[in-house]
Write a protein that binds this ligand. Structure first.
Ligand code: CDP
Ligand code: CDP
Length: 224
């Protein structure tokens, strides 16, 4: 069967990485977390004490050395050979990443890299601009959403489990700000592709969402 290209976009906490990872496992495809790639650059800016302005981030883009690798089904993220898989999930990185992701030179480098990563097919790629810019010819495009209250609650649970003390209302505010920055930026804003299937996960379980995606793949395979 022809290996498909699946694009999953949507705002923070909609469930993209969880369902993309599971769907990729079931299909024996590669999961590509493009958010992790932007987070890696935000981490690098913090780590090197670089101002997150266009000029400095464009400088980081020119010497970009972000690598995703896969160990026991888990995505590992490295910058210049240093494993930063956990370090990119901190609230500090989450607060900075949308600013970094607005820089056109960085998006340009990422676009080429991500297309190259998907060139063999058999991939599930998630992010903000996958169906619209990175892989406009994807076989299946999903736009996952959920209410802001539900998305903030999900993130709050995750961070609390990791030992962070964080106020739910503040997190909701931060996510709303990041959504706004992602939706309003000039280059490749967060928007559903015209041919994307919209799935609201506010009241939908992870398993049901994955099943929906797998069913779409079956339909698509039979129509190829
Ligand atoms: O996991 P979460 O939904 O919080 O975010 P993420 O997928 O890790 O993405 C982090 C940030 O990277 C997003 O808020 C965007 O600013 C940026 N991003 C992007 O601009 N384009 C992508 N394809 C993926 C992420
Ligand atoms: O990648 P994205 O930011 O869109 O979301 P995620 O990191 O996959 O999901 C955020 C959190 O919500 C995770 O802890 C998931 O387990 C949880 N989740 C959920 O409870 N119900 C769903 N239908 C989807 C995700």
């Amino acid at each position: 069967m022809k290996p498909l290209i699946i694009a999953i976009d949507g705002p923070a906490g909609a469930g993209k990485s969880t369902v993309a990872k599971l769907a990729a496992q079931k299909l024996n495809y590669t999961y590509i977390d493009t958010g992790a790639m932007y987070r890696a650059v935000a981490w690098q800016a913090l780590h090197e004490g670089v101002e997150p302005n266009n000029r400095e981030i464009a400088g980081l883009a020119r010497k970009l050395d972000v690598k995703l690798s896969y160990v026991d089904g888990k995505t590992k993220v490295a910058v210049a050979g240093q494993d930063i898989t956990e370090a990119i999930r901190t609230p500090e990185v989450s607060r900075l990443v949308a600013k970094v992701a607005q820089v056109p030179e960085l998006r340009d480098v990422m676009l080429k890299l991500q297309r190259e990563m998907a060139s063999q097919g058999g991939v599930v790629m998630d992010g903000r601009d996958i169906g619209t810019h990175v892989l406009p010819n994807a076989d299946i495009k999903i736009f996952l959403t959920a209410s802001i209250a539900e998305r903030a609650k999900r993130r709050w649970r995750e961070l609390t489990d990791k030992g962070y003390t964080i106020v739910l209302a503040e997190l909701e505010n931060e996510i709303a700000c990041r959504d706004k920055e992602d939706c309003e930026r000039e280059v490749a804003p967060l928007i559903a592709a015209a041919d994307a299937i919209q799935v609201d996960t506010t009241h939908l379980s992870i398993d049901d969402t994955v099943e929906k995606i797998l069913n779409l793949c079956k339909e698509r395979q039979t129509n190829v």
